[in-house]
Design a protein around this ligand. Sequence first.
Ligand SMILES: Nc1ncnc2c1ncn2[C@@H]1O[C@H](COP(=O)(O)OP(=O)(O)OP(=O)(O)O)[C@@H](O)[C@H]1O
Ligand SMILES: [Mg+2]
Length: 396
Amino acid sequence: MENLFEKEINRSTIFEDRNVLSPHYLPDQLPYREEEITKVMKVIAPALSQKRPSNLFLYGKTGVGKTAVVKHVMEKLDETKKKYEAQVDSIYLNCRTHNTKYQVLLKLAQRAEPNESFLGLSSTHLYEKFVEYVDKGLVFIVVLDEIDKVKDLDDLVYALTRANDDLKKGHIALVGISNKINFKEKLDPRSKSTLCQDEMVFAPYNAEQLSAILADRAKEGFRKGYITDGAIGLAAAFAAQESGDARYALRLLLKAGEFADAQDTKATEEYVKKARSAVEEDIVIELINTLPEHQSIVLYAIANLTAEGSKYRRLTDNGERLLFSGEAYEGYESLCKKWKTMARSARWFREYLNELDMMGLITMTMSGPGIRGNTRLIKLSFPPGKVKAAVEKRFA
Ligand SMILES: Nc1ncnc2c1ncn2[C@@H]1O[C@H](COP(=O)(O)OP(=O)(O)OP(=O)(O)O)[C@@H](O)[C@H]1O
Ligand SMILES: [Mg+2]
């Protein structure tokens, strides 16, 4: 009998190292981010001579290299600190998984005493453990990636900056990273000015830059000759059209590679085109899987109305369908009735729309005076059938 396991192991693939194409891979070189790397290093550098760096806030759209740049700098800091035995330490936390002040303090306390469990201890206790550790004379850099996910961020920022008053010999500095543009405005003014002592904005990449970034990764990721320049250029062009997102560009490249690999052939433009709609679908599903119940219902109602065509339908110049927020609310209310859950108030509904807009699932515009007063117009960002299927799957 044929041994399928051996066959799989010995199967030739068009990938040289698939891992290089994964979004988690951190390349040694980050083209077009040299300036940003230098600027972050400049802000952090005083730590190596026992001075407290300014807190730093990094902002930029998704996939523009914020995480990659900061991780790169933190690695450099680590190397330098080891070489010169500098009294510096740092931690990188993604706040999607550590999304409360308590959880962040827990991680910090565990850094102070790695062998202790801290189970059930109060946040004051955790705080004290950490402060005690830093006060041995350390400069400690706390990197909070996706910082907008922290539910009680004002409290956390306050605690960590107040710590500097409690410290006699050590210092703590914060690096916050976010891709949510209006998140800063929700902070209390004091934490805002603390967190943003220094600020940097990362610009989206253009098609040419994305092309070069992809080419670097493709060189290591694919076997020689198994990806065409045309495929790389097209993936870069698609991603530049979207929002200059390098993560999306990489996903296109990997998916195109997988499609081509399944056919035992090289990745060409055709496969990138095919990858585009598959990746779009994956993204919709991933986004929808993170939505709380009522946001999903609102989105489902919008998809319903978009599919049916709205009563007051208004067409844009290019024939796209826009919905009025009023009719979307009615659609949401009747879905809630059907699914036997209490509809939230119109104020909440507006908040849900803002969140869906921020996630890129819908886009909102103001109608301008004239059409039923000044109302908000809603456009679904993805095909209604795909959106509905993803919501149904989630609640099935
Ligand atoms: N200049 C670059 N050179 C090489 N790869 C890059 C560059 N910029 C980004 N990337 C790659 O693109 C992907 C996304 O980058 P990164 O995770 O840093 O984005 P981000 O700005 O943190 O996005 P988000 O806001 O969604 O977290 C990663 O795989 C990263 O390695
Ligand atoms: Mg990131």
